[in-house]
Design a protein around this ligand. Structure first.
Ligand SMILES: [Zn+2]
Length: 196
């Protein structure tokens, strides 16, 4: 993990409640070296879930907001933990926390920093969008909407259009009780057979 990683700032009692509910969210990306090619990549783990009252979930996407394939799924005894791993040159994270109908949102971009010989490059992360205390009723959630966020002066702060679908998927995760799904990453498409 990296001290400069932008994060959702969550109060300690909320974090304790998440821990008590067994909801685990791995919110960082790491730099990993592929031994065969010597290439550095980012590795991240989609994770999280919900109980009835609270939730936390992080999904990873392409910078465009498009869905990425998973490298592998992670089956675990416990729910609302790690779901699947992805590796990519750059990643967009969409992280949400939910207390009842109130949502916190952080969208961040992650890239590898300069690569110096034999040294692990830093992960450079920047905030793309931060939404504080957004509201979404269960009725609107069932219609597939995302929470709505306001500025401190009461103006709507729209989620950037190209990330709305990603936020919608993560909204599903942060409201999914005892989650065992992979809401954001998708199965890698099968290679096109030469015979077909
Ligand atoms: Zn789920």
């Amino acid at each position: 993990m990296n001290a400069r990683t932008p994060r959702l700032v969550l109060p300690k009692p909320f974090l304790r409640r998440l821990e008590g509910a067994g909801i685990y969210c791995q919110t960082w990306a790491t730099a990993e070296r592929q031994a065969r090619t010597g290439r550095w990549v980012l590795r991240a783990v989609e994770s999280g879930g919900a109980s009835k009252d609270i939730g936390r979930y992080i999904g990873f996407f392409a910078m465009s907001g498009d869905r990425l394939p998973w490298l592998q799924r992670l089956d675990r005894i416990t729910a609302s933990g790690v779901h699947a791993v992805t590796v990519a040159d750059e990643l967009l994270s969409v992280e949400m926390a939910r207390c009842d109908q109130t949502y916190q949102l952080l969208i961040a971009a992650h890239r590898l920093g300069p690569i110096q010989e034999m040294k692990r490059p830093p992960v450079l992360s920047t905030v793309v969008y931060r939404g504080v205390d957004g509201q979404l009723s269960p009725e609107l959630r069932q219609q597939g909407l995302t929470p709505e966020f306001f500025s401190r002066s009461g103006e709507v702060r729209p989620i950037p259009e190209r990330y709305v679908d990603a936020v919608r998927l993560v909204t599903t995760g942060v409201t999914c009780i005892n989650c065992r799904h992979t809401h954001a990453l998708v199965e890698r498409p099968a290679p096109i057979s030469a015979a077909s």
